[in-house]
Design a protein around this ligand. Structure first.
Ligand code: FES
Length: 135
């Protein structure tokens, strides 16, 4: 029994319907078009991190670059959590290292919404990237 810790899980399924991502406490609103997903430079394709960064929002920390090897992209998915992919064992292991976990905790680089509902996230203040990149 058990699982090869070096085996990477299958990539999460991509969204099939358009939806909107908002970030609590900001006026950020990202409209996601499943037919035109941006190329993922950071995180899984279709992940919250990839979509937010492609839209010019760089405030979610992502020290490992989005490869599920830190927990600095920890966010609370306050809407749309159950309409997102299930967290992999790798993500859960990494999340265990993050402070102030809640049932809505996810790694933004691994959480891929299906588009079945809009999504709202909250960024823990300590994971907010103070340096605005790319602007
Ligand atoms: S950026 Fe490191 S785990 Fe998401």
């Amino acid at each position: 029994m058990g699982k090869n810790p070096y085996m990477k899980s299958e990539p999460p399924p991509l969204p099939t319907r358009p939806y909107v991502i908002t970030v609590k406490g900001t006026d950020v609103r990202v409209e996601v078009n499943p037919a035109a997903l941006p190329e993922a430079d950071h995180g899984e394709e279709g992940s919250l991190l990839a979509l937010l960064m492609a839209a010019g929002f760089h405030e979610v920390e992502h020290v490992c670059g989005g490869v599920c090897a830190c927990s600095t992209c920890h966010v609370y998915v306050t809407r749309g959590l159950v309409q997102s992919n299930e967290a992999s064992d790798e993500e859960l292991d990494m999340l265990d290292t993050a402070p102030a976990l809640r049932p809505s905790s996810r790694l933004a680089c691994q959480c891929v919404p299906t588009g079945a509902s809009d999504v709202e996230i909250e960024i823990p203040s300590w994971n907010r990237n103070a340096v605005k990149e790319g602007h």
